[in-house]
Design a protein around this ligand. Structure first.
Ligand code: NDP
Ligand code: 2IT
Length: 445
């Protein structure tokens, strides 16, 4: 890297001790070096220096009272990263591992992902180190109400529109929306992932997982393959994982393993998704319960070794850095031919290098998992129109968006002499539109 090395070095220096953020900016800036060569006017206008710095970072105290009447304190975040092409848009993550560096890595990735959807949404992300696991509904509600009592002043349907991510699903969005509406006295589309009766979009729940499979389906076909008859591993058993497993199965694959942070299940007959939904969505229990319903399935404690199961296609849908170099090598040695990232940054930089060097199909998160946020943008459109589309209408738009993202990322990779490199293609295709917009709008942030 020549032109952008200083941008990277300065950014790392200004943001010490944020390894996930460093990982995300390093990958993107490395991909963008040939773009910087081609566009000296963007270098001159400081586009690269500006894009790595969030427009605004909000951190706040969230105090709430637990069921034992004890006061608890968490930290809330909203990083409003880039608004060049639309209002800040991106999820909220509630997980004990959340810190500013993680929210920044997610917010930064979100800029390019949102641009790739072709819809007018900027990039942002937020969340808290609050852990919903083991909390009562009443505790989750009190936390969400306290969180929104600060967040509401920073967001709005044309300013910043949060949604779900790890630990934030329909229940949390409901409590957050109720509190926003109460404070603002305004019924607007300020959050997405809302319930269907109160402004949510059909197919939003399914969208990230379905979108991942639509993307992979298109990419596999372009490489003379398909999901038909393939053995698939899906890590995680949350929102993204569940609907990725469902769509992969509908497209003819057999999903043989899923996981949570405690361990993984292997079912050689193919995972029973009704059982997964019952355990995870309804009962909020651990995945090991699956073997009570299917005694011939195998549960293994610890989630890491899921990648040692032989497969044709791996769909990591849990969290960042869940596939390291060692897991990548094992996957390849066992004959894995394609990796589609449902989670954000699930492969380490070393793992990506190994996958790419092997020549298998590698679909990076910001392209492959963009279906969730794309459908969030469709929810915003429906809210603005005060209208709702049918499941089939939304699903058809989602499918077309994912096909377009694949084609645009492929085209960009080819245009820069890197045919098949979807990491580079996605980073470049996502960046160019944002860069053009920032350039046109002058030095306004
Ligand atoms: P959920 O909270 O619904 O599910 C998360 C799943 O991942 C759970 O099975 C969870 O297990 C597991 N998991 C979480 N953290 C870890 C960890 N540190 N180690 C192992 N397993 C872990 O979240 P989502 O399905 O919404 O999100 C999954 C991924 O997809 C995230 O990377 C998210 O950023 C990304 N994503 C989500 C989108 C969405 O629309 N929801 C859109 C695009 C990307 P456990 O229950 O044990 O914690
Ligand atoms: O990472 C992501 O794209 C999401 N969590 C979804 C964000 C959204 O606004 O729907």
């Amino acid at each position: 890297m020549k032109i952008l090395q200083k941008v990277l070095d300065d950014c790392k220096k200004r943001n010490p001790n944020e390894p996930e953020f460093h990982q995300a900016i390093t990958e993107v800036l490395e991909s963008l070096e040939p773009v910087a060569e081609k566009h000296p006017e963007w270098v001159e206008a400081g586009i690269f220096d500006r894009i790595v710095e969030p427009e605004r970072q909000i951190m706040f105290r969230v105090a709430w009272v637990d069921d034992n009447n004890k006061v608890q304190v968490n930290r809330g975040y909203r990083v409003q990263y880039n608004s060049a092409i639309g209002p800040y848009k991106g999820g909220l993550r509630f997980h004990p591992s959340v810190n500013l560096g993680i929210i920044k890595f997610l917010g930064f990735e979100q800029i390019f992902k949102n641009s790739l959807t072709g819809l007018p949404i900027g990039g942002g992300k937020g969340g808290s180190d609050f852990d919903p696991k083991g909390k009562s509904d009443a505790e989750v509600m009190r936390f969400c109400q306290s969180f929104m009592t600060e967040l509401y002043r920073h967001i709005g349907e044309n300013t910043d529109v949060p949604a779900g991510d790890i630990g934030v699903g329909a229940r949390e969005i409901g409590y957050l929306y109720g509190q926003y509406k109460r404070i603002r006295h305004d019924f607007t589309g300020v959050l997405t992932g809302k319930g269907i009766p109160w402004g949510g979009s059909l197919a939003r729940k399914e969208a990230t997982g379905f979108g991942l499979c639509y993307f992979m389906d298109e990419a596999l076909r372009d490489n003379g393959s398909s999901f038909e008859g393939k053995t698939v591993l899906v890590s995680g058993s949350g929102n993204v994982a569940t609907y990725a497993a469902q769509k992969a199965t509908e497209l003819g694959a057999k999903v043989v393993a899923m996981s949570d942070s405690n361990g993984y299940i292997y079912d050689k007959n193919g995972i029973d998704l009704a059982a997964i939904k019952q355990i995870k969505e309804v009962e909020r229990k651990r995945i090991k319960e699956y073997i009570n319903i299917h005694p011939d399935a195998v549960y293994t404690e610890g989630c890491r070794n899921i990648w040692t199961i032989p497969c044709d296609i791996a769909l990591p849908c849990a969290t960042q850095n869940e596939i390291d170099a060692e897991s990548a090598k094992i996957l390849l040695a066992n004959g894995c031919k394609a990796v589609g990232e449902g989670a954000n940054m699930p492969s380490t930089a070393e793992a990506i290098e190994i996958f790419q060097a092997s020549g298998i199909l590698f679909a990076p998160a910001k392209a492959a998992n963009a279906g969730g946020v794309a459908t969030s943008a469709l929810e915003m459109s429906q809210n603005s129109m005060r209208y709702s589309w049918t499941f089939e209408e939304v699903d058809a738009k989602l499918k077309q968006i994912m096909v377009n993202i694949y084609r645009n990322a492929s085209k960009a990779a080819e245009a820069y002499g890197q045919k098949g490199n979807l990491v580079m293609g996605a980073n470049i295709a996502g960046f160019e539109k944002v860069a053009q917009s920032m350039y046109a709008q002058g030095v306004a942030y």
